[in-house]
Design a protein around this ligand. Sequence first.
Ligand code: PPS
Ligand code: ADP
Length: 183
Amino acid sequence: MTTTARAQGATVWLTGLPSAGKTTIARLLGDRLTGEGHRVEVLDGDEIRRFLSSGLGFSRADRNTNVQRIGLVSEVLARNGVLSLVPVIAPYADSRDAVRARHEKSGTPYLEVHVATPVEVCSERDVKGLYARQAAGDLTGLTGVDDPYEPPADAALVLRTQEQSPRESADAVYALLADRGLV
Ligand SMILES: Nc1ncnc2c1ncn2[C@@H]1O[C@H](COP(=O)(O)OS(=O)(=O)O)[C@@H](OP(=O)(O)O)[C@H]1O
Ligand SMILES: Nc1ncnc2c1ncn2[C@@H]1O[C@H](COP(=O)(O)OP(=O)(O)O)[C@@H](O)[C@H]1O
């Protein structure tokens, strides 16, 4: 057991379109880190929206509120030694920048990972049927289709998941954490 004594936490924010692979990668990575003895939390977007952000929709203002709430929780966890994995779309650069600034203020590591799966691939995967609903006219404001997604200009890592297995993507994030001395 060489890693359990480490108290250094971090936020790893996985940003990308619906069905890009954010949740899959966070869960695989979380399992690996937990198995190695790290303290890990996955702040799942859907779950947060059922509780902490219940009542919020998908307007720009509501998405920003959602992201700031999650950013606050994640920073508190990370500051206290947890590796906090955040698979949340966070489509707006200014929202993500505010989360980054919150972490910088407390000297807490914040790593942005762009799960950069092209929209054509995401809409093929369509894990939750959202792309089909948008195409059928049953849903509007879908990120990457008829709502904005501002790709990060300064991501610590960009994942092209259409060319990788989920395990390879999760391992690439693990390698980033290792490179930063966080695992
Ligand atoms: N209009 C629209 N646009 C985007 N996403 C939508 C929408 N309606 C519902 N959903 C589903 O909501 C899931 C959680 O979204 P997030 O909290 O990550 O979004 S945000 O950061 O607040 O923009 C998000 O989860 P993921 O598919 O895991 O990304 C979507 O499945
Ligand atoms: N390299 C990869 N990384 C992550 N997911 C992948 C990858 N290749 C294929 N997939 C598949 O893409 C889908 C992504 O779904 P999910 O993780 O729920 O996306 P998101 O959380 O971004 O909405 C899953 O069915 C997953 O198996």
